[in-house]
Design a protein around this ligand. Sequence first.
Ligand code: T5A
Length: 209
Amino acid sequence: MTEGRFITLEGIEGAGKSTVARRVCEWLDRRAIRATLTREPGGTALAERVRQIVLERGQERLSAVTETLLMFAARGIHVENLIRPALERGEWVVCDRFTDATRAYQGGGRGVDPALIESLARQVQGGLEPACTLLLDLPVSMGLERAKSRQAGPADRFEAETQAFFERVRAAYLELARREPRRIHVIDASRALEEVMRQVDAVLEGLAP
Ligand code: T5A
């Protein structure tokens, strides 16, 4: 049995995370590596209910701290019921967003205290960290354009945010990558998908058994 690996994808809206995550799973499948594709917030039936609460634009206000707590509530459910069991079975887990999203969106975007985020991460993850994170980076205007072209229903609470908010999120992601260059690989996501996948494949080749 191979050792399970935890891979995460990060980036602003429309960076191509979902598209690339599916391609990563195909890459693993071609190498006969069992993988589970999942996402945050969500990934299990219960965590998807928390996702609905945190993304929908309802009448009631959600403070930045409450939003952070909800992200970690969903993450706790997801880690316990899906991520950890899959890794223990020896599967790879490919996850569309994880705690770096909280660092970038709630920390960088909303100004939540990083000490609170790191404290919750320790409690909820119990030492679980991604082995590798692919940060799909592109200019905010390009990401929002792509997201808009694909958007079906009304904008969710994040999609309705300003360009300045997403600039802060992008800057926070790049700062995380600067601090953790061995884990976080910056991919130029402004390129055509095949070129993006060439960059991703180069990272994956270094991880495969
Ligand atoms: N959130 C999440 C937090 O604030 N804190 C947290 O802790 C967590 C976990 C989740 C929201 O929650 C927030 C962040 C988010 O706002 P989501 O729906 O999971 O929402 O995330 P989004 O980023 O909104 O997902 P998107 O679907 O908008 O973006 P993706 O997945 O990055 O983009 P994708 O793959 O759907 O591609 C978008 C379009 O671009 C095309 C695709 O075909 C698609 O049409 N595309 C390309 N076009 C040209 N060239 C390329 N290289 C392309 N790659 C993709």
